[in-house]
Ligand binder design. Structure first.
Ligand SMILES: CCCCCCCCCCCCCCCCCC(=O)SCCNC(=O)CCNC(=O)[C@H](O)C(C)(C)COP(=O)(O)OP(=O)(O)OC[C@H]1O[C@@H](n2cnc3c(N)ncnc32)[C@H](O)[C@@H]1OP(=O)(O)O
Ligand SMILES: Cc1cc2nc3c(=O)[nH]c(=O)nc-3n(C[C@H](O)[C@H](O)[C@H](O)COP(=O)(O)OP(=O)(O)OC[C@H]3O[C@@H](n4cnc5c(N)ncnc54)[C@H](O)[C@@H]3O)c2cc1C
Length: 674
């Protein structure tokens, strides 16, 4: 039986869940939007972008051929880009459409089940122009790029190297005679590979290449390079470009390859904010920090924390709503089958996903604010805070993407067989988010960057030198006793910090031992990298836990009592969950006892039951319109079985009663005539 709610027929189980939710859902939406005004503005943007139906496809993307999928994605990208230049720019208060506005980004997702071929234009090409050009270069390139007169991408990775940027092989050799750079791909492994939109869409790209001038190599630098004719779109002479083929996801992003055959570009096309080549070929270093050319990657790592939080919010919305309407098994023979959301194991799978989406969303806002502060200082020539920020953004990118991918997969498990349907929405979310763990810096590689910083900070703490804020807890690492366990939220956060400090100390001790035994510093480091990754992970978990807790306390200071309670329950759940995941480490580095851990497990299970009545309310508070979810299982009305059947009937396989394969293969085989 179904009920009607706001002219919508709603599944009765979902209606019941909404009736029993005991907190004000809208209040929580406002918290995560950053205030009521932002919620209203977001809704207005979503209304303008989505009410016209322009985001919808006549035939589901999943039934299209690769070529049709790509063309359809370009079609919708053009519609959305035009909206951004016109209606949405004004509404979002942006002079021109914003590259990092989470609302614009969020709304764009309604248009694409996978991704837009313009993602790299907005996500990296435009930010590189903003971050790596001189003011004169910017005034030439930025208006054209923002107005989409040119479309670009970011081509750094090569067939042979993605992680090790210093190992890139593409060369840019300056020729003072003509005042040009000659771009060349000397080997197969030097071909650019992966850049989004490069295959068919873009006509420009940022190319990262080894700069040679006056016979000397100055390392990798960015260049802006035209690769296709601005009118015909035909690749220019000296350019070999194409699409790299099917992938696990990102199949509408036309990731491409690119090679150069002594291809010439004007001197002014080197992006010269951080380093310059003068007309006579003299190389001039401008930046005070050697790694500022990596700036766009740092920007995207910051953006990605928000991006994956959003995608995890979508997966948890789908899985929690579905778990409320799905009934399975009969533990009590005289009662009706329970909603699967009533199983404690199901709550264990799902509530951590909601809490993590909250934690990452709040960390992303905090990280963005820290990034803005670092950029402001760098404008004044001060790069002192950059090493700490690089360490922080590296580990947050690594952990947020990895946790989100894992939890999205867990949401799929929570949806049983139906979660495996493309129409559930979860496979596309997983395919997208699992790539974020690799691109923009692989998980392990980025955690090792953070570990480098931790080891240095540990040595500073040992020498009683001042520490930067995110590692200040290392100062307590030398007390000689194990941290005292206490199961209050602050106590657990202190234990997480003790754990990170303890693991870092173990790494430093082991490396020193290995070096005393004759290993070089590089080999001693290499032998310790499993533990260094674990130390960086522990550090990141301590940062996330601390930030999440502090931000929730701050943001709910004036909230209604029930909102305060449910938000407190979720942060506590997050802390208990990770304490229970790390019992071995806690036993090593804190005074926690076996009894403390048994008690903590019971407290965790009781907390799940307390959160249970509010579960649907909590995911409703993400306020994700059906157009954004693309899900038969997660729609607001819970008409799951109806939608699954409607989608199945759309399959082109159901167009004819008998498949051609019957007469071609099955019949001859069955009649023994094959
Ligand atoms: C219609 C749609 C609407 C859309 C709207 C827009 C939405 C946007 C959404 C965004 C989505 C974008 C999609 C992106 C797709 C993927 C793009 C890519 O993958 S692109 C490709 C991405 N590719 C990758 O990410 C490659 C990953 N690899 C790397 O980043 C580097 O090779 C490395 C960092 C691992 C090493 O670098 P290496 O040069 O060998 O350095 P060493 O190790 O020798 O360390 C020496 C010293 O340098 C220090 N330092 C290092 N970095 C930094 C930094 N950034 N800063 C400061 N410091 C830094 C380091 O700490 C150390 O310090 P110390 O200890 O000496 O004091
Ligand atoms: C969907 C997608 C889109 C992309 N888009 C773009 C784009 O637009 N532009 C662009 O330039 N690039 C893009 N990339 C490329 C991406 O940035 C790289 O794939 C990524 O940086 C990882 O580098 P790699 O592929 O060389 O992996 P590798 O470095 O070869 O990694 C392979 C394994 O080796 C390990 N490893 C590597 N180095 C070390 C080390 N020093 N210590 C320990 N372990 C190590 C890694 O942890 C990993 O397990 C994209 C990739 C994907 C998947």
């Amino acid at each position: 039986m179904t009920q009607t709610n706001n002219n919508m027929t709603v599944n009765p189980d979902l209606a019941m869940e909404r009736a029993k939710c005991n907190f004000n859902v809208l209040e929580v939406t406002h918290i995560f939007d950053g205030g009521e005004r932002n919620t209203l503005q977001r809704k207005k943007i979503e209304d303008v972008a989505l009410n016209s139906g322009a985001s919808k496809d006549a035939l589901g993307e999943e039934h299209m051929s690769p070529k049709e999928k790509y063309e359809n994605a370009v079609r919708k990208s053009c519609i959305y880009a035009t909206m951004m230049k016109n209606e949405l720019a004004e509404l979002s208060g942006l002079e021109s459409f914003g590259v990092s506005s989470p609302v614009i980004r969020r709304t764009a997702d309604a248009f694409f089940k996978e991704v837009s071929p313009f993602l790299l234009h907005l996500g990296m090409f435009v930010p590189t122009i903003m971050g790596q050009c001189t003011p004169e270069q910017q005034s030439y390139w930025l208006p054209r790029a923002l107005d989409m007169q040119i479309i670009g991408t970011y081509a750094q990775t090569e067939l042979g190297h993605g992680t090790f940027i210093r190992g890139l092989e593409t060369t840019a050799t300056y020729d003072p005679e003509t005042e040009e750079f000659v771009l060349h791909s000397p080997t197969l492994s030097s071909y650019k590979w992966w850049a989004g939109g490069l295959g068919k869409t873009v006509n420009y790209c940022i190319v990262v290449a080894q700069l040679y001038t006056k016979g000397e190599c100055h390392g990798t630098h960015p260049f802006i390079v035209q690769i296709r004719d601005e009118d015909t779109h035909v690749p220019l002479p000296g350019i070999k470009v194409g699409e790299i083929g099917p992938k696990m996801g990102f199949n509408t992003a036309d990731n491409g390859f690119l090679g150069f055959d002594h291809y010439r570009i004007p001197r002014e096309h080197m992006l010269m904010k951080n380093a310059q080549v003068l007309k006579d070929g003299t190389y001039v270093k401008v930046a005070r920090h050697g790694k500022l050319t990596y700036g766009t990657m740092v920007f995207v790592r910051v953006v990605l924390v928000n991006e994956v939080a959003f995608n995890l919010a979508k997966a948890s919305t789908i899985a929690v709503r579905y778990s409320a309407i799905r009934r399975q098994s009969k533990p009590k023979p005289d009662e009706v089958e329970p909603q699967i959301l009533d199983y404690v194991t199901q709550q264990h799978k799902l509530f951590i996903a909601i809490a993590t989406a909250h934690a990452l969303q709040l960390c992303s806002t905090w990280l963005w604010e820290s990034f803005s502060a670092v950029l402001a200082q760098m404008k004044g020539g001060n790069t002192d805070t950059l090493p700490e920020f690089h360490a922080l953004s590296s580990c947050l990118k690594a952990i947020s993407t990895s946790d989100s991918a894992h939890l999205i997969e867990q949401c799929r498990h929570a949806c049983g067989g139906h979660g495996y349907m493309i129409s559930s929405g979860i496979p596309n979310l997983y395919n997208f988010v699992s790539a974020t763990r690799t691109y923009e810096g692989d998980y392990t590689v980025l955690l090792l960057q953070t570990a480098r910083f931790l080891v240095k900070a540990y040595e500073q703490a040992e020498a009683k030198k001042p520490l930067t804020p995110t590692v200040s807890y290392l100062a307590h690492a030398f007390s000689g006793s194990r941290a005292t366990w206490d199961n209050s939220p602050d106590g657990i956060i202190r234990s997480f910090q003790a754990l990170a400090a303890g693991k870092t100390a173990v790494c430093v001790t082991n490396m020193r031992k290995r070096m005393r035994a004759g290993l070089s510093q590089v080999d001693a480091w290499e032998m310790s990298t499993i533990q260094l990754v674990a130390a960086a992970e522990a550090h990141c978990r301590a940062v996330i836990a601390d930030t999440y807790r502090k931000e929730i306390v701050r943001l709910t200071a004036n909230s209604s009592p029930n909102v305060k309670v449910v938000m407190d329950q979720l942060t506590t759940l997050y802390l208990y969950y990770w304490a229970l995941e790390r019992t071995g480490d806690l036993l090593m580095f804190t005074s926690v006892s076996q009894k403390d851990l048994v008690d903590l497990q019971i407290a965790y299970e009781e907390l799940l039951l307390k959160i249970r009545p509010n579960a649907v309310g909590l995911v409703d508070a993400f306020d994700l319109r059906d157009e954004l979810l693309h899900s038969t299982l997660g729609s607001y009305d819970g008409r799951v079985y109806e939608r699954l059947m409607e989608e199945a009937l759309k399959s082109p396989m159901n167009k004819e009663p008998v498949s051609d394969a019957y007469s071609k293969y099955l019949r001859p085989m069955m009649k023994g005539k094959l």
